[in-house]
Write a protein that binds this ligand. Structure first.
Ligand SMILES: [Mg+2]
Length: 381
């Protein structure tokens, strides 16, 4: 193992845009008019004068927004291991440009690689398996969804997440009822995706009464893990009002920006389940603070992980050093298969018996398929 060096500087940031052709189209429920054929990832490699590089990425539409010039200006010449100082730089980037929290993941990757340990070990965690729920991503008919659930139950999952986004919400409720009838003990989470996807064509918005009526149906269906993002992600008051009226736990936070918006959730009694994503919401250090906030207020902590394989691994590292209720395990084949999700990784992060074992290699614990990166990317460096 290499000894930590006294000084280290970021010498550059390489950026690669990668378009991965999916085996089958994917129609995300949260973006009703989109048929996705390509998984777009912006990959970043933060290089240092110690010969260690850290990796990070941005997935999907967020990857179209380029913060690279600004990031280089603020980060090159600085020590990536002084993460609290670098977070101040990222806070400036957050003010000036698109959210920058993913860069902090590369700093942790560098720190872990320097001492030969996974990030979770640096942050007091362990390698125990983390219970995972299978997270779907499309609206499907009752029969198609029952087939998907059967596959997940065979794989050992004890909890699954359904998407509600149909024009006629009775169709979504019918899917949940059918799953409940077939699997009386399965825990069912429900994601409405109204937190931010209202901005998409056809993304829609729900009224308070729509959400309350679905919550009542779900109370009757029973054993519902949570109802996720019924309203705009910053409508704290409305979330709190719904939470008061139903026994179903209310979840959210995947695309909220920065730790202070999570404090707002808590101060408004808006949520039962905090769902930050280390890539999108706050980075690893601050998301650990959010986990502490959840713990102190008796809330569940169940991060959003729907990213490429790098983002999934980064969230799993954080999960392994906190006390989460669940790990989200995105899986909606044939479009959003593990091949699509983890195409950048040498080895897929596969759940076993409904749990995910955090990768124990140095840093993020993953190896990238650099030959594939080279083949598919245009370097935008
Ligand atoms: Mg969600």
């Amino acid at each position: 193992m290499e000894q930590p060096t006294d000084s280290m500087e970021i010498t550059g940031i390489n950026s690669y845009h990668i378009d991965y052709e999916m085996d089958a189209p994917f129609e995300p429920s949260w973006y009703p008019e989109l048929e996705q054929h390509v998984h777009k990832v912006q990959l970043y490699e933060v290089e240092t004068d110690a010969g260690i590089s850290g990796i990070t990425s941005v997935t999907g539409d967020a990857s179209r927004v380029d913060s690279l010039d600004l990031a280089r200006e603020y980060l090159v010449g600085e020590d990536p291991r002084h993460i609290e100082q670098r977070l101040d730089d990222l806070a400036s980037l957050n003010s000036y440009g698109p959210r920058p929290w993913h860069f902090e993941i590369a700093f942790w990757d560098i720190k872990g690689k320097e001492v030969g340990k996974p990030i979770y070990e640096l942050l007091g965690g362990d390698g125990d398996p983390i219970p995972a729920y299978a997270s779907s991503g499309e609206l499907r008919s009752v029969d198609e969804r029952l087939d998907w659930v059967a596959d997940r139950v065979d794989e050992g999952f004890e909890a699954i997440k359904l998407r509600f986004h149909s024009d006629d919400m009775a169709e979504d409720v019918a899917v949940a009822r059918a799953v409940r009838e077939a699997y009386p003990d399965l825990e069912i989470m429900v994601d409405l995706n109204m937190g931010w996807s209202f901005a998409h064509p056809g993304g829609g918005t729900w009224t308070f009464d729509d959400a309350l009526s679905v919550a009542r149906d779900l109370e009757e269906i029973g054993n519902i893990g949570w109802l996720e993002e019924p309203f705009n992600q910053r409508n704290y008051e409305r979330l709190a009002r719904l939470r008061e009226k139903t026994d179903i736990p209310i979840a959210g936070g995947e695309f909220n920006n920065g730790v202070h918006q999570f404090r707002e959730f808590v101060e408004h009694d808006a949520l039962d389940v905090l769902q930050p994503d280390v890539m999108l919401s706050a980075g690893i250090s601050k998301t650990k603070l959010i986990a502490g906030l959840a713990d102190m207020h008796g809330l569940q902590f169940a991060p959003h992980t729907w990213n490429d394989g790098i983002g999934f691994a980064a969230n799993v590292q954080l999960l392994a050093c906190t006390n989460p209720s669940w790990c989200e395990y995105p899986i909606e084949p044939p479009g959003w298969s593990l091949d699509t999700r983890d195409f950048l990784l040498e080895e897929q992060l596969t759940a076993e018996d409904g749990a995910i074992v955090p990768p124990s290699g140095p840093g993020l614990g993953i190896d990238l398929d650099w030959d594939l990166v080279e083949e598919l990317s245009e370097s935008t460096a």
